[in-house]
Design a protein around this ligand. Sequence first.
Ligand code: 6PG
Length: 464
Amino acid sequence: MVKIDTVVVIGLGVMGKNLALNILDKKFRVIGYDVNQTKRNEISHSQYNSIKELEDLKSYNQNPVAVFLMLPADKISDDYISTVFPLLHPESVVIDGGNSHFKDSIRRVQTFAERNYQYLGVGISGGAEGALKGPSMMIGGHKTSYEKLAHIFNEIGASFEEKSCARYVGASGAGHFVKMIHNGIEYAIMQSIAEIYTVLKTSRSFIPLEISEVFQSWQDSHLDSYLLRISAEIIAHKEQNEQGFTLDLIKDQAKHKGTGKWVSKFAFDLGVPINGINAALESRYLSSDKALRFKIDGIYNSEKQILLSNNESRQSLIQWSKELLELNYILSFAQGISLIQKGSIDFNLNVQLPEVLAAWMNGCIIECKFISALLEIYKKQPALEHLLLEDSIAKNVKKLQYNSRKLVAHAISNHIPLNVSVSNISYFDYLKTLHSSANLIQAQRDYFGQHGFEKIDKDGIFHL
Ligand code: 6PG
């Protein structure tokens, strides 16, 4: 097999440029292309060449190369990729490193394979800094294409205890599929941290520096994570020469680029409950209409006086918050993993869960200590039906639930919205409910629509 040692990076925006610098740092040769000349020229390195036109790739076609497409998903089209392949040596591999939809990724791997072109869909996480220093990479496609480039992925990806976090996670589309669900978990954890921040800030008036310190002190537990670390830093951040905290000056209306919405749509289509992840997306929607929130607050504001009756101790609130956050981490991963398992079966993605967790050990946005425990669990029990069924998790969840419930009850009685936390606890409660209210739903459906219902004492379909 020819060893590929040249990488073409197409799209030299922040992510593309940083990835190119990372690849150069690992002693591979890089050819950069961007329509914008300034971006092409921003990199200077003895192993770097830029090309003005895509056509110029032809002059490098004596040997196979790896081509990273680092373009926004909506700028990558099948026509564009079809233009690139004929310019390359036939053994070259094109890698889509953008946030493409996994169904596009499946289609492309298959379509291009029919034309003898090799294409991998790779989910890349870690933002701009990750791309530069080593991102987490979730690689999907034909294994033979991956094997040609494994040495490059291993060098440029993040690592954890000397093991690469650039992992081949499954068949065509699996890389972008896993990255999509990574983002759903990302939304849920971000919102969970924001909820805990709000509880502490609103009830018992913790000042930002205290909350930041509390978050830092939790880094000695399973909660040790990238998102908690950056949140501690953000909360304490002040603008230069300013007294106040930057966070208080940032508009409280969350935006999104759409990958979290893909997760919820996908979960609805598959019928997989991911209550907490959905609630995180809806929290962003709820935040966006500030004018409406202002009007509604005007009507109900006076009711908030009940806050004054709050008398939980600050120490209890900190402890309960820690436990609730840990429960939210567990349930966010549990929901994401359920969706990976079901999606992998329905779309023949053959996702290897231990490989996914190994990819998430470092370099990605949802990196956290808890993933080591998950990795051990899924290495031993790759076919585990649901995370809540595992012994060590069950023991921990049983313990965490008491104080978590106290914090949620405290928040509800103090008018503090905890969408993800409440949804996660309801998810857990529903899953452990032996006799649910769904019998009434079935009877109602039959009453007005004659849809019929099944009974526990007899086989068949019945009506009221
Ligand atoms: C990552 C992030 C990243 C994310 C964007 C947009 O893993 O590096 O997940 O890829 O997609 O930051 O996120 P929003 O949907 O919040 O805009």
